[in-house]
Design a protein around this ligand. Sequence first.
Ligand SMILES: *Cc1c(COP(=O)(O)O)cnc(C)c1O
Length: 342
Amino acid sequence: MLLTNLPKARLAHTPTPLEPMEALARLLDAKPRLFVKRDDCTGLYFGGNKARKLEYIMGRALSEKADVVIANGGVQSNFVRQTAAASAKLGFEFHGVVANPLSGTDYAASPVYNATGNYLLDGIAGAHMHQVDDDGPLTDAKVAELVSEMKAKGKTPFVAPFGASDGVGAMGYAECALELLAQFSEMEIRPSHIVLGTGSAGTHAGLLAGLRYAGSDITVLGVSVSEPADVKCERVRVIIEDMTPHWAGEVPVVSDDDIRVTDQYVGAGYAVPSDAGTAAIRTAAQTEGLALDPVYTGKVMAGFLDMVVHGELANGEDIVFLHTGGAPALFAYPEQFAIKEG
Ligand SMILES: *Cc1c(COP(=O)(O)O)cnc(C)c1O
């Protein structure tokens, strides 16, 4: 099935594996069969979901003949890390504008939080990094300043959409939907639900729209990692609308009630570890050998475990957890995982 004619850069290792989580299912005494889609294994500098979206975002940057890419996010942004690597690989100069999302907490001043994990990887990939004091006006001002500075030097800057989540980037997850449907039929899996994290929401939007494009009615259930559910649903809706001109075939219809997000597992806020998330990270590692992260997939797994245990996803035989990556951020939170010897 032809998805889109948008230009694409090859960056991700696909198809990623779809694997059963038998040990986890045994631990939970789960009725449904549980599977994990390994998008932590997309390659590109420690992997993660931004690789698929960046294939289309960087395809656009190439087609616009840009020579500089600018992206913004948190200090521990997986998006900035993978965009830095994609830029290096494709020959762009890269500038990352990052803010600490945890001002007001112990992490704000933590030298570990501000220097290791994703931030360390950004520098190794040759990124020019700019730390600013907030992710609002000061970030916008810094990005605008870099754009004018680059233009004054005769360069052509390209500002990547936040989280690579616009109608172009989301096409990477529509593609993942087709990839999953092929794996479901090959492996004889009939999922009722796919559970994933909803942040900047391009992953959710692309996956949902891609499934509907291909005629599948599998429920996509987003677990918010930051804002209230209604805000996330609106983000998903806007991105699906933004995808409209980019389909090769008939534009899929996605109704408002088809956009489903729970905000029960955010905890204290974006990037603040939750006890349930921390416990879920240990559970996933100790049953399936999966590396999750405190910002996204740990909280999503906390929701997944809770909903499986309470039979909330039981209207089908099989359930899929989309592993979107993020493990490099683990190293920014050493206090959370202090080792007890023995
Ligand atoms: C960015 C990210 C998400 C959320 O994806 P969005 O498309 O921004 O909603 C989930 N998990 C990880 C590890 C991420 O880096």
